[in-house]
Design a protein around this ligand. Structure first.
Ligand SMILES: Cc1ncc(COP(=O)(O)O)c(C=O)c1O
Length: 438
């Protein structure tokens, strides 16, 4: 090596000199579409309808800073110390009260506090999935879950949704196909409320049926519910877990209803699974951060957290309305989209021939960002879809973003009508309409 020569010049043949050393499971770890977009989408001139960052502006920061100071003053030696992998007992009890709003009657002993629900997703996949095991997930599904499933080399099969969420008939068909192929399905991963990315909610009338189908096929249900309390009309849907305590693992989070940076989430498991979950949590992180758990616990005990959630609901409702009315006003014919009654996301389908991934650089040039649909499928679907999030920018920026996006799409459709699909337009996935929410 010539002194001072940058190391990347030496490894010119391969960008990553460690490529041959990685375990097979690392092959499935690739940057998500959302992450790749972060850098461009965060430029101030770009209206980002891409990220799913909660808007924390309404939090009572002065009050919180007093509370954090008093936790350190009164209880600093506990707050700054290791804790149990299971989580702080008082917080576990309070979380059970939060879940009671959705009809869940779990015991604090069966609840494991995790570093966000993302860690809970990792733990359940770790304890249940061997490489090649089938995991069923809605099509489309949450990018972070698909990344976790890929990193454990699970084989993700998507199950269709419509505007009422997961379609029970499609679930039966997916389970039947796996059984016929002699394959084991380990679990169904579902986001029943205000789904990420589709924005749809599983109809209450379907919930018992979905649970019944899974129980009959001996398939566990992982219910991921970070948005459940963010319904815009104040409605709270009964959790799947409230209908079946033996076969559902419920994942919850304070990221969307309080503060995402504290990284406090949880898993409520059937009693028999709880111990394995705690052991897996111990090996992943020893314990969740004690200080952060005490902050959440103090917040729940001293602040009007339900009132705070109401103010989040009305803030997100206003943003949702801005997005939907912009879409109605500006989108060219042939575009369709979902109409969420909670959460952060709208899922849009564009006319045949338009590839949302190929179009993305043109959108960014026009100073608007979205996430192309292919990132939300494990199998290449989604090239005619995009996720539009309304959680972060103020309503007037959302309206402007939609206007810009409609301009890009209109031009794209005109080009398509004049010249037909370009090669790049047809590269990123099948053009077949997706069996999803459009
Ligand atoms: C459906 C879903 N599950 C889990 C998560 C992860 O949340 P947390 O911040 O609790 O890790 C997210 C975050 O966006 C999500 O949308």
């Amino acid at each position: 090596m010539t002194p001072g020569q940058p190391p990347e010049r030496l490894g010119a043949r391969s960008l990553d000199p460690h490529l041959q050393r990685y375990a097979a499971r690392a092959t499935g770890m690739t940057a998500s579409e959302v992450r790749a977009l972060f850098a461009v989408a965060s430029r101030p001139e770009v209206v980002s309808l891409a990220g799913g960052m909660p808007n924390l502006a309404a939090l009572p920061l002065d009050f919180l800073s007093e509370q954090v100071a008093s936790i350190i003053t009164d209880d600093g030696l506990t707050a700054l110390q290791y804790g149990s992998a299971h989580g702080v007992p008082q917080l576990r009890e309070q979380i059970c009260e939060v879940m009671a709003l959705e009809g869940v009657t779990g015991h604090p002993d069966d609840l494991v506090v995790t570093v966000g629900s993302q860690m809970a997703l990792d733990l359940v996949t770790r304890i249940f999935c061997d490489p090649g095991d089938i995991v069923l997930a809605e099509g489309p599904s949450y990018v972070g879950a698909l990344g976790t499933f890929a990193s454990y080399q699970a084989d993700v099969r998507h199950v269709a949704m419509d505007e009422h969420g997961l379609v029970p008939e499609a679930l039966r068909a997916a389970l039947g196909a796996a059984a016929q192929a002699g394959r084991r399905v380990k679990f169904l991963y579902t986001i029943p409320n205000f789904q990420n990315p589709a924005g749809v909610t599983m109809a209450v009338s379907r919930r018992a049926e979905v649970l019944d189908i899974c129980a009959r096929h001996d398939v566990l249900v992982i219910e991921d519910n970070p948005y459940g309390l963010l319904g815009f009309d104040g409605q709270i849907y009964p959790a799947l877990r409230s209908m079946d305590a033996d076969n559902v693992i419920y994942l919850g989070s304070f990221s969307k209803t309080f503060a995402s940076g504290l990284r406090v989430g949880w898993a409520l498991a059937p009693h028999a699974v709880r111990e394995k979950l705690v052991l897996a949590a111990e090996s992943a992180s020893l314990c969740p951060p004690t200080l952060n758990q005490l902050i959440v616990s103090r917040y729940l005990a001293t602040h009007d957290w339900k009132g705070q959630i109401k103010s989040f609901q009305s803030m997100y409702r206003e943003r949702r309305d801005a997005l939907l009315s912009g879409l109605e006003q500006h989108m060219p014919a042939g575009c369709t989209w979902t109409r969420p009654d909670g959460g952060f996301f709208v899922w849009m389908t564009v006319p045949e021939g338009v590839d949302t991934k190929a179009m993305q650089p043109r959108a960014v040039t026009a100073r608007v960002a979205y996430v192309p649909g292919t990132g939300f499928y494990a199998d290449g679907f989604g090239s005619r879809q995009m996720r539009l999030s309304f959680c972060y920018p103020p309503p007037e920026r959302i309206s402007e973003g939609v206007r810009r996006l409609a301009g890009v799409l209109t031009e794209e459709i005109e080009l398509l009508n004049t010249f037909g699909p370009s090669t790049s337009r047809s590269l990123s996935g099948p053009q077949t309409p997706t069996p999803d929410t459009a």
